[in-house]
Write a protein that binds this ligand. Structure first.
Ligand code: ABU
Length: 367
């Protein structure tokens, strides 16, 4: 009998099968253009690279394992990647970098739309081979599910022509960064299609894609040509000085309801598609923390990087009390998950997962 293993059309239908990342052998990669542009100028990460301290890897793995067990206890199948050796350099005819990143977070690499899982191009050199951590799972799904399509976007060359030198000066300053974001002037150029999977949100027939540091307009055009039965919308958030990945900025919770980061407001002209179809966009609650944990690339807004289990149930990081309180007021049952000590490995609850199966079909929410 045919078995459907892979199926997921949106961010909120009942979750039945998911990949949870691992912190094994995770590295802080050496300097490189797109990554440097994301590291805040006053960050403790500036100038550091190498394997992350073992005790932080162990702690992050403890939290990721606990999260996986919490999901399993709710009847959700959880798969884990098979870590490759991330200390190995990446050398291609076009570039060299001295180490890789890790196998956290899977959301950046894998985009599930219906029965297809697509490996993103990625835009950091250190993440060029990251898809290899997930290949054993892709092979398994291929063997289990006759309808599963395993796809890979064209690997980019990532020469210096992919990055703007303006972004590489040491101190740009927040004001200039905000000006550049408003002008859609990002560290990545339009040399070739680039995208990270975590810049894409799935709303059934519509895919909403953030244009920023990790996804360029050619990447969005590539997605448009690839997903021919979908409508692909480019969005950008002028209030974000370090715009990578949409999932700490814009968070759909259920049909008709989206949280928007109040510091990264979606511009009025880009709200029309939602508001004209009766969707409400509400400001997310303030984060509970004033700063990210040590050696963390991400902002405090991982508070809203939640994993929706179904339209009434959401996983929220345990210390994010204001976000949990807001979810409660919005009528969601909150599942508390401790993950903050794993944030440094690449993100929060949405980042550290990738959908394999959610119940439901492809619906048109914006007819
Ligand atoms: N990967 C999500 C990070 C976004 C942020 O730093 O706000």
């Amino acid at each position: 009998m045919e078995k459907t293993v892979v199926n997921s059309w949106n961010e909120w239908d009942p979750l039945k099968h998911v990949i949870v990342g691992r912190a094994d052998d995770c590295h802080i990669p050496p300097e490189e253009p797109a990554l440097d542009a994301k590291v805040p100028e006053d960050s403790d990460m500036r100038g550091q690279w190498g394997r992350r301290p073992q005790e932080t890897i162990d702690r992050a793995n403890e939290l990721l394992d606990n999260f996986a067990a919490q999901l399993q206890a709710r009847g959700i199948r959880v798969d884990r990647p098979t870590p490759i050796d991330h200390s190995q350099p990446v050398t291609t005819p076009d570039f060299h970098t001295d180490s890789q990143f890790g196998c956290m977070p899977p959301r950046d690499v894998l985009l599930t739309v219906g029965s297809e899982m697509l490996e993103a191009t990625m835009s950091y050199r250190c993440r060029w081979f990251e898809y290899l951590n997930y290949r054993p799972l892709m092979q398994q799904y291929f063997n289990e599910d006759p309808n599963f399509r395993h796809a890979s976007a064209p690997k980019p060359r990532l020469t210096d022509a992919d990055y703007r030198t303006d972004y590489l000066s040491e101190k740009i300053g927040i004001e200039k960064r905000l000006e550049w974001t408003a002008d859609k002037f990002f560290v990545t150029t339009e040399e070739e299609p680039l995208f990270d999977a975590a810049d894409v949100l799935r709303f059934g027939k519509d895919l909403v894609v953030q244009h920023g540091f990790t996804t360029n307009l050619k990447g969005i055009e590539w997605l448009r040509r690839h997903y021919r039965d979908h409508r692909v919308h480019a969005v950008n958030f002028p209030g974000d000085p370090y715009p990578i990945h949409i999932d700490a900025t814009f968070t759909p919770l259920r049909p008709g309801l989206i949280l928007n980061n109040p510091r990264r407001r979606l511009p009025d002209d880009q709200r029309e598609i939602f508001e004209n179809n009766g969707w409400e966009i509400v400001d997310a609650a303030q984060p509970a923390h004033n700063g990210p944990p040590p050696l963390c690339y991400s902002s405090v807004w991982l508070s809203m990087n939640v994993l929706v289990l179904d339209p009434k149930t959401v996983c929220v990081e345990k210390s994010e009390v204001y976000q949990a309180e807001q979810m409660d007021k919005l009528g969601m049952e909150v599942v508390e998950v401790e993950l903050r000590d794993a944030y440094a490995f690449g993100g929060g609850l949405h980042c550290c997962t990738a959908d394999v199966y959610r119940e439901g079909t492809c619906e048109d929410y914006f007819p």
